[in-house]
Design a protein around this ligand. Sequence first.
Ligand code: DMJ
Length: 493
Amino acid sequence: MTQQTNPSIPKPHMHRRQFLRGALGAAGLATAAGLSRPRTALASTLSPATGAALPPNPVVAADVRNEFLHAWNGYKQFAWGHDQLLPLSGSYSEFFVPGHSVGLSIIEALDTLYVMELDDELALGVNWIKQNLDFDIDGNFHVFEWIIRVVGGLIAGYLATGDKEILKLAVQSGDLILPAFTQSPTGMPYQYVNFHTGALSGNTPPMAEIGTNILELGMLSKLTGDGKYYAAAKRAYQAAVDRRSSLNLLGTYLNVETGQWADSTDQAPNPPVDSFYEYLWGCWAMFGDRDCLNWYRMFTAAIKKYLAETYNGYTWFKQVNFQTGALVSRDQSELAAFYGEVLAHGGDVALGQSYYRSWAHVVQQYPVLPEEINYTTLAALSKGNQLRPEYLNAAFDLWVQLRENVYKTTSYAYFQNMKTYNRVPNGYTIIKDVTVRPMVQGDLFPAYSFAENFKYLWLIFSNAPRYNYATGYLSTEGKILRGLKPVDDENGR
Ligand code: DMJ
């Protein structure tokens, strides 16, 4: 490993938020940005259902770790070495290519095991990876999922362990998907790469797949000293930005060969565009790249102008035609629930708080969130619950930024709801229909829950000695890309 910084990556400037925090203290942050912080308004509008009585932090933290272990032990017993646990049937499934495991749950869990100080389990995972991980598989790997889950997971695993073999695998995993960018005529990535033949396929990705890679590829450039990874990700971003409308809005799907839009709807922050915007902020926060900051500001201004609205007293983001701004629909995906924390990072603190409050309101109707609602009626358009982390993701990041107790009470309440509805004897599982009682459970523990749900809860309640709350930065998949503290630093914080 070479630790030098690549010259093609802008030097990390002091992050605006760090500067303000240093100069003003956390309390002065929102005031300096000219924003109000309606602490009492937010807290008082939450019902007792979302503001459950909160046990002492160490009690909650211990409970979170026990519940993580409950899921992890189910995985170990029934699915070890496979991608995902099927907890109801006591079986497993593979995520990327049928019949071929890459040990996805292990890779997703590495840095969670580290911050939870589960060192024996971490050693088991690292050993499995070193002995078994083999990328030579004749199948089409989804580039976006590979980057956020595997490349990011191995990078975080390396940062947690310092193990050079893990870094080597992280670099190999990045090299495998790099041709999806470099062999694209526009620089925007193809969707699939066959790891055995190198064949590329899928020429019309959504915005999330075009933009959600600069943190992981940027980290590869930083860790190897080779700027090609960052350059590929930046070129893809630039190509998408160049195709914005005169309103500074974006459609959803772009053809990477022709450069033409395949649709006309801007649906930020819904998937499949969601993390395109998250990573513009992340690119600035992690690498100090001013282009990314400017793009973030430009698109956020347009989203606030044309998509944000107050409906029935709650903040939502409608879908519009990206060229005219005309209304298309008023649906909101659970996956968009993270967005409040990004808005707050970018200085739109009140709007971010308000959007979180909208989702806390939905939790009063659906104790574990359905996949999609119509926000005019709160009707569940997609009734399943995929054990997703976005609401807890927002709670974690807003809590770190603002230190308001409401993010603890609401995330604790959601944790209790997960225990009530998603917990099964072999771990946790998805739900097919959250609108009926008893809820109908499905048979899957998605690997991202090892990376995200329990980690966010743990970091909120544990005051984790192995995490630096002032400098830490997590990817869209919850991978800790900055802020992991070495074991011998634990007592020196
Ligand atoms: C995760 O894989 C990541 O958070 C991604 O950005 C989208 N959401 C899923 C989990 O819901």
